[in-house]
Design a protein around this ligand. Structure first.
Ligand code: RIB
Ligand code: CA
Length: 306
């Protein structure tokens, strides 16, 4: 059993990564959630996460983290995630609320024991943790990051959003010497869901219905471009920990462009003693089947607990 913390900006795909973890309680002991300004403002993404966890009746600690990147200004992405940061479902406030404590102190308390960090948004919180609480570093078992790209970007020609949003933070994390696994855009394509897999979730069960509403919005972009599937980026991180055998990756030195027209580009130089395991490909069919299984499992769990 692995202790994990999600540091995230939910975000449609963040929620799917969280669902996959919630469906596997024998694999993951979730210690809590920190949020970061990314796809939307930190207050919006925190509210989204609290509402989803309330919907599921899951009692976890959620702590709002940084409201802006280390150097640059926030750049919310309403085209990808909507004005709320999680457009699609209509969710109400529930019993889970942002815990009004310092997120670095919360992470420090979680890291009194070996814990893996699932970094699903810009790396601002994690860079601050490394800089301001260096004594916790030995207890960071691994950081699994969704970010960067090998060939082409999604926010600039060569840059992926999470790294673009806070390249200075990403550089601190990549240079930290920690055990890092990187899921760049290319491997996230292998964590795509076909539209004809998403559609049957509609009205099927309590969790599958929410999954449908979330993914229906998130897949609009791909549908409008006549693609038959949508990448569910952050899902790659949880799927990697659950099914390492389904992924192929190589060690590399990863550096980050801090400014200019390629701001946020990840520069990947393959080397067996590199600082990062860069995932490259995965078994798409297998991971898709597993994802369906996990959502069905959450439906059943919800039904059995009523
Ligand atoms: O580029 C994809 C990333 O940006 C994902 O983490 C998504 O949730 C958004 O934050
Ligand atoms: Ca995210």
């Amino acid at each position: 059993m692995r202790n994990i913390i999600f540091d995230c900006d939910p975000g449609h795909d963040d929620i799917m990564a969280i669902f996959a973890a919630l469906a596997n309680p024998e694999e993951f002991n979730i210690l809590g959630f920190t949020t970061v300004c990314g796809n939307q403002t930190s207050d919006k993404v925190t509210k989204n996460l609290c509402r989803v966890l309330s919907y599921l009746d899951k009692d976890y600690v959620v702590v709002e983290g940084e409201k802006k990147p280390l150097i640059y200004n926030p750049e919310p992405q309403p085209l990808a995630h909507g004005e709320s940061g999680l457009d699609g479902p209509i969710l109400l406030d529930g019993k889970i609320r942002n815990k009004n404590i310092n997120y670095l102190e919360f992470l420090e308390s979680c890291l009194s024991t070996k814990t893996t960090i699932m970094a699903l948004g810009p790396l601002t919180n994690i860079a601050k943790l490394i800089s301001e609480k260096p004594h916790v570093i030995p207890n960071i078992e691994q950081i699994v990051i969704m970010g960067g790209s090998i060939y082409g970007g999604n926010i600039l020609e060569k840059s992926e959003f999470n790294i673009y949003a806070d390249p200075h933070a990403a550089k601190i994390v990549f240079d930290s010497g920690l055990d890092i696994v990187l899921a760049p855009l290319e491997v996230c394509d292998y964590c795509s869901l076909k539209h004809n897999v998403i559609d049957p979730f509609k009205s099927k069960g309590y969790v599958s219905n929410l999954t449908y509403e979330i993914l229906e919005f998130f897949s609009r972009y791909s549908k409008e471009r006549n693609k038959d599937k949508s990448p569910i980026f952050d899902l790659a991180c949880t799927m990697y920990l659950l099914h390492k055998e389904a992924f192929v990756g190589k060690n590399a030195y990863v550096d980050v462009v801090l400014e200019g027209e390629n701001r946020g580009q990840t520069i990947i130089n393959y080397s067996s003693d590199g600082n990062v395991l860069v995932l490259e490909s995965a078994n798409n069919e297998f991971l898709q089947t597993k994802f369906i299984e996990y959502i069905n499992r959450l439906d059943l769990e919800y039904k059995n607990n009523r």
